[in-house]
Write a protein that binds this ligand. Sequence first.
Ligand code: SAH
Length: 207
Amino acid sequence: MVAEQLAAQGIRCSRVLAAMRDVPRHLFVPRALITQAYDDTALGIDCGQTISQPYIVARMTEALELPAGEPLVLEVGTGSGYQAAVLAALGARVVTVEWIPALAELARAALEAAGLADRVLIVVGDGTAGVDDAGPYDGVLVTAGGAQIPRALLPRLRPGAALVLPLGEPGHQELVRLHHGAQGWVEESLGGCRFVPLRGPCGWEGE
Ligand code: SAH
């Protein structure tokens, strides 16, 4: 997966490639799909959600440009827990927020099986509202698609840190990297992607 799919598609950061190599993705997919665990595709998990495609996980992780050491990262949308596991394997401490309580439980079990649970705090709720008393973050990832930047998260970024998120419409989004430069917020596009919907006021439904 790492050599043929990630490096071949342009993932260059050796720390990210090593973390992708270290995390057993089969622990994060439903048993029925285990033979596809290392395919470069998103797969269905419980509650109608998905585990992201390995390339997208690697691309989003790389785009954070995390500092060395033990950076603190916020993830909105725990899902299977795989993205959080990759961040933890890279040396980060992770706060990850999941809307669906049953998925948070499954992700916790998978992270324990992978031996990474002590680096990851899972919180149930609306991640776009932020997490009380946590941060500032060295990077923030939103792993569900919406039309709006969750503004509440911007003040929680450490200077120079990036927010990476899919923005667009239900069938197609653009992966966007946002960081605060010398002249204000800078938005870069990292290419197309397709995520399940972000719930809550920043999502398409505005629930
Ligand atoms: N990062 C995950 C994939 C996430 S799928 C992985 O590696 O497997 C998107 C997840 O975001 C779903 O589990 C969905 O329930 C969750 N979600 C959607 N809106 C949310 C919100 N506002 N706050 C927290 N989680 C949310």
